[in-house]
Design a protein around this ligand. Structure first.
Ligand code: NAP
Length: 257
């Protein structure tokens, strides 16, 4: 409309097959919505200095509005330092401390893609959050913590569970909305789910046959709950659509639109 095409740069270091799939999906999404996408595929031997230099170059590129560094990075690289080097206005993953802080305060430009995609699904299906018992299993900076914060912003009564949580089954059974972000295949079983609960499966795992599956034992849980998200499908595509939205927003902010 303004003659400007939003641009997303995706940086991938090394040859992790799962990361490669995620990066390809993000590039495809850019094509579908007509955004410019640039891929920077760096060898696993890339040094911290080289990666920081690339981030700095992308920070200064006016046709690039969003920068995404695919995690996890190879072990010798400091992902925290890399994220902190991204200009917060181009941090379309919303992982930079400035953006995380804004989310805590409820005054954000960007929301982290996966939790934001989950909230959008809840809205689309008119699933109320206010006053509901929401249980999030997982406390990562990428999914669990921001997920809990977004549910809290919408007045959910939120419990965060993790590997030290005691009586996990009992806690989960209280959930009206149960979000699983554990990273363990079919971890959430039917006995952990309340009748009629809404079950959101963030997991992207591999089962014993190497087949993609979620953190929830879908086949046994599906008849007990009112809603459940499948894997594949469900949360994954919502994550990508939020990334596109964030890139568009970044473009608007940077161009004062
Ligand atoms: P992560 O950093 O490994 O965090 C996993 C969390 O699960 C941790 O907080 C851990 O607790 C907790 N946990 C582990 N074992 C547990 C147990 N036995 N009981 C209760 N909690 C336990 O993983 P992540 O990055 O958040 O990702 C979680 C899953 O989501 C993965 O399958 C990942 O592939 C997937 N994912 C999907 C998308 C998408 O777009 N769909 C996006 C991002 C991630 P501690 O903190 O105590 O260790």
């Amino acid at each position: 409309m303004h003659g400007i095409t939003p641009g997303l740069a995706v940086v991938i270091v090394g040859d992790d097959p799962a990361s490669r799939v995620y990066v390809n999906n993000k590039k495809k999404a850019c094509e579908v919505v007509g955004f410019k996408s640039e891929e920077y595929a760096l060898p696993a031997s890339t040094t911290q200095e080289e990666l920081l230099e690339l981030v700095n170059t992308l920070n200064n590129k006016s046709d690039i509005n969003g920068i995404l560094v695919q995690l996890p990075l190879p072990e010798h690289l400091d992902d925290k330092a890399v994220i902190e080097a991204i200009n917060p206005q181009k941090d379309v993953d919303a992982f930079h401390a400035v953006n995380v802080g804004k989310i805590m305060l409820g005054e954000y430009d960007f929301l982290p893609c996966t939790p934001s995609g989950v909230m959008e699904m809840l809205h689309a299906y008119d699933i109320p959050v206010s006053g509901k018992n929401c249980v999030v299993i997982g406390r990562s900076n990428i999914v669990g913590k921001p997920m809990a914060m977004l549910l809290l912003h919408e007045n959910g009564t939120v419990t965060i569970c993790h590997s030290r949580t005691q009586n996990l089954t009992e806690v989960c059974k209280e959930a009206d909305i149960l979000v699983a972000a554990v990273g363990k295949p079919k971890f959430v079983t039917a006995d952990m789910v309340k009748e009629g609960a809404v079950v959101i499966d963030v997991g992207m795992d591999r089962d014993e046959n190497g087949k993609l599956c979620g953190d929830v034992d879908f086949e046994n849980v599906k008849d007990k709950c009112s809603y459940i998200t499948p894997v594949p499908g469900g949360v994954g595509p919502m994550t990508i659509s939020t990334l596109m939205k964030n890139t568009l927003k970044a473009c608007k902010i940077q161009n004062n639109l």
